[in-house]
Design a protein around this ligand. Structure first.
Ligand SMILES: [Zn+2]
Length: 734
């Protein structure tokens, strides 16, 4: 082995059996780390064979020795070891003894040339750099494109793996290359994501280059067996890997069961396929690549052994170049794959608009968005059907439309972008939906047809499966709340603009750049409430003399609602100050010199209060604050928005007749109900829960909350039935 050149040794590492590879690697690392004696001392008895070389080199001066290092790659390893040892001896005397061939005694280091004064560590590191690039392992995607052949009968589209049809899979597999620096990859995927096939590429690549001992864990042993014979064996047979598998007899000698769950390869590498419940089989061995497939199906705990996911993650920590792959279709926001997705850097695939070049995530239109995938449908013999010609993707930026045939080009120019800071820089996570699938596997038309069959979200079980299987997203189960359709379905048949119940009317106004939206609610005993009006005032709100503000003031001051034969005004309107249209900035107490349009409006409009959402406030629903800005207005109010959202969503679970029930008119638009249900309470970061928007527009939620805050300001929740009865009498006597 010592007479092999560096190049030859590198080849031995790559292609020989475990013992030879390990010996060759040992020599290479001794040279690389400038520790020649580690090898020479071990080979002491053999060194006489190389005495002539030693004798020759020991005559050299320092410059000549350095020259010898220039050509290190093409020299037998022993030459380099001798040269390094001679140079190094001047820093620290070597313990190596060189026996002369005829047994005439030993040569000691003190005999040799004494003009060598320094070890040439700089030269060494130069060579080391060169070795690393020589030792080249192709990328996994490169290996797959050239070698991974999917034969007919195993797939609808046989042939070599073609990254052109799913370019987003390239980066994911290449994370598993030894040089990537990534140790954990989580893939939250839809059902037709190609992720499983892609991860198999990493297994094939590892077999070829002897990289890993691989443990593959999946939901059941039966599925592990099927995956082994239908995917792994096929890959071995058709992708040039058969010669790397150790024959059965050799495996039998090692007393390891010879079955489809366990394989050994040349280079001493192994692959075990097992299930979550059988991982005890794998515990006695070490693994450097652990693939956890359909991870949401892992049990919460294995009897007496704790969390199965943690067992291997913890054990792998000492292994160099450990790769952990977690993949699966999500279940709920508490499921394992979603939690792992949140721990990583949360990569989404941004595709490119073919018109404006804008980058965007492929999404469905309709969930409050004015962009995304959309289509028209029609009823054909009583069944709602998507009209294929109308399926199109509207660009988020320029609103131009893309048809299915343009999907490939959008994806080809796409890029994975991280959207969060991972808990560990070596963790990556990816989200894949069927909107990204190659046309031959899953069309946009099919996505829309399946969405249509959920009745656009109304059939809740179907919709849940659609979100998980097609969109590749977890189902938000924590709040366990109603969908907008369910809230709309229980709306009552009454006209807007008149009082249906209750005796006090409040309103909430939400300020946007180009409009103001106002919701009116009437209140009764025990805070039973009726949404009785919803108005939008259009116009640029930064123009403080503009029509939009005049119309709002006029409405607040003069609007009256019919109650029986009486007309009742709005008692109080709460207006959001969160956004200042004048400078388009968020309301802030540090910004005390700028004028805030809403503050001035409130100061000059009777029966209004200025309110600002404060999601950290817990001790009160509404709290008075001094205005620190230069303003006519002296007081504004912080509102505990988190509490009030929680209250609203809890009340929506009530049944008609329960105290505090909220009544809606079925004249309110779909957008109203979508907006009202715009947010869910969800885990936005591991362990961190907060309100999260699921629809783009949420003004309907915000201004309901404001109307509720106005009721709080008036003290309505404290009114008992005597007060309400009194009020009723006074109104009837008007
Ligand atoms: Zn565009």
């Amino acid at each position: 082995m010592l007479t092999r050149t560096i190049y030859e040794l590198q080849n031995i590492v790559k292609t020989s059996d475990a013992e030879s590879a390990s010996e060759a690697a040992h020599i290479l690392s001794a040279i690389r780390d400038n520790k020649p004696d580690a090898i020479l001392l071990k080979q002491q008895k053999e060194l006489y064979k190389y005495y002539d070389k030693y004798s020759l080199y020991s005559q050299f001066n320092i410059n000549k020795l350095k020259q010898e290092l220039e050509d290190v790659n093409n020299k037998p390893a022993i030459d380099t070891l001798i040269v390094l040892s001679l140079i190094g001896n001047f820093k620290k005397p070597s313990k190596v003894k060189w026996q002369k061939p005829l047994g005439t005694g030993f040569v000691h280091w003190d005999n040799i040339y004494s003009e060598i004064l320094e070890a040439s560590s700089k030269e060494l590191s130069k060579f080391v750099g060169a070795w690393k690039t020589d030792y080249y392992i192709p990328l996994i995607s490169e290996w797959a494109a050239q070698n991974r052949y999917l034969p007919p009968g195993t797939t609808e589209y046989p042939g070599y793996v073609d990254h052109a049809i799913a370019p987003h899979m390239v980066e994911i597999q290449d994370c598993l290359h030894p040089d990537s620096g990534i140790s954990q990859v989580s893939i939250m995927k839809s059902t037709q994501s190609l992720a499983t096939t892609t991860i198999e590429n990493a297994i094939g690549h590892s077999v070829k280059y002897k990289l890993h001992n691989i443990l593959y864990i999946i939901s059941s042993k039966n599925i592990a067996g099927i995956r082994s014979s239908s995917a792994i064996d096929v890959m071995i047979d058709h992708s040039g890997l058969a010669e790397y598998v150790k024959p059965i007899s050799q495996r039998m000698k090692r007393k390891v069961a010879d079955n489809k769950y366990y394989k050994e390869f040349h280079g001493g590498r192994r692959l075990m396929m097992t299930s979550w419940h059988s991982i005890g089989d794998a515990k006695s061995l070490t693994w450097s690549m652990i693939i956890m497939d359909e991870i949401d199906e892992a049990p919460y705990e294995l009897a007496g052994q704790g969390d199965p996911e943690a067992i291997f993650a913890g054990r792998g920590k000492t292994i160099r170049n450990l790769k952990i792959v977690k993949l699966g279709t999500p279940t709920t926001v508490e499921g394992r794959i979603y939690r792992n997705f949140l721990e990583g850097d949360q990569r989404y695939y941004f595709v490119q608009c073919q018109f404006c070049g804008g980058m965007q995530i492929l999404e469905l239109k309709g969930l409050g968005r004015d962009y995304g995938l959309t289509a028209r449908s029609e009823k054909i013999s009583g069944i709602e059907q998507i009209i294929p010609d109308t399926v199109r993707y509207i660009c988020k930026h320029c609103k131009k439309e893309h048809y299915e045939y343009q999907k490939g080009a959008m994806i080809k120019n796409g890029i994975w972008k991280p959207t969060a800071r991972p808990v560990n820089p070596a963790y990556r996570s990816y989200q894949i939906s069927n909107l990204m699938s190659p046309v031959m596997f899953y069309t946009w038309t099919r996505v829309m047809q399946e969405f249509c069959e959920t009745e656009w979200g109304a059939k809740i079980t179907k919709f849940k499966n659609f979100v998980i299987d097609v969109l590749g997203m977890p189902w938000e189960s924590r709040s366990n709340r109603k969908t907008w359709i369910e809230v709309k379905q229980r709306a009552e048949d009454y006209e807007l603009g008149q009082v249906q119940g209750g005796y006090i009317i409040t309103a909430g106004a939400d300020i946007q750049k180009n409009r103001i939206e106002l919701q009116t609610v009437s209140w009764g005993h025990e805070m039973e409430s009726w949404v009785i009006d919803y108005q939008t005032f259009w116009g640029e709100t930064k123009d403080k003399k503009g029509l939009v503000w005049q119309n709002l003031r006029n409405f607040i001051m003069t609007k009256k609602y019919k109650m029986g034969n009486k007309m009742i005004p709005i008692a109080l309107t709460a207006i959001d100050t969160g956004y200042n249209p004048l400078d388009e900035r968020i309301d802030s107490d540090t910004d005390i010199q700028t004028e805030h349009i809403v503050y001035e409006f409130v100061a000059t409009t009777p029966r209004t209060i200025a309110c600002r959402g404060n999601d950290k406030m817990k001790d009160a629903i509404i709290k008075e604050e001094k205005v620190k800005r230069r303003s006519l207005l002296k007081r504004r109010y912080d509102v505990a928005v988190s509490e009030l959202k929680e209250e609203l969503y809890t009340k929506l679970e009530l049944r008609s007749g329960d105290a505090g029930y909220i009544h809606f008119s079925n004249r309110l638009s779909d957008d109203y109900f979508k907006g009202l249900m715009a947010e869910v309470y969800a885990e936005i970061l591991p362990g961190k829960w907060n309100w999260k928007k699921i629809w783009e527009r949420n003004e309907m939620l915000d201004n309901y909350i404001l109307a509720r805050a106005a009721a709080e300001f008036m003290g309505l929740p404290q009114w008992n039935s005597n007060v309400w009865d009194d009020l009723k009498k006074r109104i009837n006597a008007m």
